[in-house]
Design a protein around this ligand. Structure first.
Ligand SMILES: [Cu+2]
Length: 346
């Protein structure tokens, strides 16, 4: 009974699809390929910002179901050729489209930002080569090759499963190297900062690295404040920077504000700009809420996009005047455990 019902709905679906597309559609077994979006280490500190794998070959009429595998959010999005990459990921391409719709290049489809355990399916009725993008991470993309049903497929599901696993391992394996890299940068930052302000401590908010396959780009991110617990004396300044080419972070003390992109400080304090472009706040009490806004490594230049000012802010400094314990978080990644503490001694 149930089998017949399923079969019936499949035939009905194929008939509807044929009618919808307006051409003769040979009814054949539709394959559903499985792939993964993102991946992470057990403690969530290491994030693979990648489609895994990021290149697949399927037949026209087949579908792909992506399973999201990280606490960090991503989208599965197919834009049309010529469409501008949208700024607000929550709006979709726009709009956010339901799982299970066809994409043939004529109008965009996009999941909402999704996380661990959620799935999203897209059907590809028309042969062609399509780019898959993540609206959260500009350097996370891949290619879907949709071949005519008469052509053989170069790989099977077992191959893609193996590739997904290998690519995930390769990205996450960079972690130890990157951590050392960050610690090295910390000592360098200390040296340079010491020339600006006596007794300046430095913290790296995240480290990342971009990798590529022939089908697109993937990246690794260490989503942690490296040496995030610092002990200083009243009057000292701590400087945070971000060495991740892909992911932005915040340095947030107290309540996370509504506007997470722009810097803010309350009550009775301001975030000012140092002569070198760095943001700078002074905290006089543990009761104050200080938010850096988005801190990122300087963005790459994009062909066709006019040269803008040096943006976004790449460093955040706070001068602490009162002894006490000051916990802080990254407002974007506190769910992944990205936290730190500044201990201010007299
Ligand atoms: Cu973060």
């Amino acid at each position: 009974m149930e089998v017949r019902k399923t079969l019936h709905s499949h035939i009905l679906f194929a008939a509807l699809l044929t009618a919808f597309l307006g051409f003769s559609y040979a009814v054949r077994a539709q394959q559903d390929c499985k792939a993964t979006v993102g991946g992470q280490s057990a403690d969530m500190s290491k994030q693979a910002v990648a489609f895994l794998p990021n290149e697949l070959w399927i037949h026209a009429g087949d579908s792909i179901t992506w399973t999201f595998a990280s606490g960090d959010i991503h989208t599965v999005t197919f834009l049309t050729v010529g469409q501008v990459y949208p700024f607000d990921q929550s709006l979709g391409c726009p709009p956010v489209t339901p799982s299970g719709l066809p994409f043939d290049g004529s109008s965009c489809v996009s999941s909402a930002p999704l996380t661990l355990g959620q799935t999203y399916q897209v059907i590809f009725p028309t042969a062609g080569n399509y780019e898959i993008v993540c609206l959260v991470h500009g350097q996370m993309f891949g290619t879907i090759h949709v071949l005519d049903t008469t052509l053989p497929l170069p790989h099977d599901q077992a191959y893609y499963d193996k590739q997904a696993k290998q690519q995930l391992q390769a990205l996450l394996a960079d972690a130890d190297l990157q951590q050392q890299h960050a610690q090295h940068h910390n000592s360098i930052a200390n040296m340079f900062s010491a020339k600006i302000t006596p007794r300046t401590a430095a913290v790296t908010a995240g480290v990342g690295e971009i990798a590529a396959t022939a089908g697109g780009q993937q990246s690794f991110s260490l989503v942690r404040f490296v040496n995030g617990t610092v002990t200083i004396h009243a009057g000292d300044t701590v400087e945070w920077n971000n060495l991740d080419p892909e992911i932005g972070h915040t340095i947030t003390f107290g309540t996370v504000p509504q506007d997470q992109i722009d810097p803010s400080c309350s009550p009775n304090c301001v975030v000012s700009t140092d002569p070198d472009g760095s943001l700078h706040a002074t905290i006089t009490s543990t009761e104050q809420n200080v938010h850096s806004g988005l801190i990122a490594a300087l963005l790459e230049d994009e062909p066709g996009v006019p040269q803008g000012p040096v943006a976004p802010p790449t460093r955040f400094r706070i001068t602490f005047t009162a002894p006490g314990t000051y916990p802080y978080v990254c407002a974007f990644h506190d769910n992944l455990g990205m936290t730190g503490t500044v201990i201010v001694l007299p």
